[in-house]
Design a protein around this ligand. Structure first.
Ligand SMILES: Nc1nc2c(c(=O)[nH]1)N[C@H]1C(S)=C(S)[C@@H](COP(=O)(O)O)O[C@H]1N2
Ligand SMILES: [Mo]
Length: 182
């Protein structure tokens, strides 16, 4: 390589290294582990949308009146054992027309749920994961934590017993939407 070419080469590799380091640093603040628990708008109602687009909105009182299940979980974020009580998500999905139990078969396994909080944080659960008749564990729309209303984080929090970290536990849960991957 002659001298001007080698200088050009060094300038280009220098830029590439700089860009690489800059993009690595830019990724750090978006890293999941760095997310802070920010206060957001408390959820007051839960909108459930079926595959047909039909919406049902539940108030806290309506959900409170439905059969509850209590689950014991370890919150890896809070480093604490917690007891949540709430309505099994499968009950709400069944009311929205989703197949459950032995009726869940074939293309039914392409169904999934998008759960969203008031801050628009969204997660996905496959329908199979939400159905204790087909899958180990529970996914509940919790309205109490250790016997107390989940006041600071809205009326509802989606909690799953099988997740090892609470990243899919949606605080201020406000919407559940049933969708199909096909
Ligand atoms: N609505 C909402 N729920 C959320 C999040 C969020 O940003 N918004 N973050 C998730 C993540 S990544 C984690 S680790 C846990 C942390 O919950 P905690 O701060 O209540 O321990 O909440 C989960 N649920
Ligand atoms: Mo997280």
């Amino acid at each position: 390589m002659n001298r001007p070419a080698s200088l050009l080469f060094r300038a280009i590799t220098g830029c590439l290294v700089f860009a690489g380091v800059a993009s690595m640093q830019a990724q750090t603040p978006t890293g999941e582990m760095d997310m802070q628990h920010k206060a957001s708008v408390p959820s007051t109602t839960l909108k459930v949308t079926g595959l047909d687009g039909k919406e049902t909105t539940y108030s806290a009182a309506e959900l409170k009146a439905m059969p509850h299940k209590t689950i014991a979980v370890y919150n890896e974020h809070a480093k604490a054992n917690e007891s949540y009580s709430g309505v099994p998500l499968t009950e709400l999905l069944a009311k929205a027309g989703a197949p459950t139990g032995e009726k869940l078969r074939g293309k039914g396994f392409l169904l999934y749920v998008v759960a969203e909080g008031t801050d628009h944080y969204k997660v996905v659960y496959s329908i199979d994961e939400t159905d204790p008749a087909n899958h180990a564990g529970d996914v509940i729309v919790a309205d109490t934590l250790n016997g107390e209303a989940i006041a600071a984080d809205g009326a509802f929090k989606l909690v799953s017993s099988e997740d090892k970290r609470p990243a899919r536990w949606v605080r201020n849960l406000s919407a559940i939407t049933l969708k199909s991957a096909e």
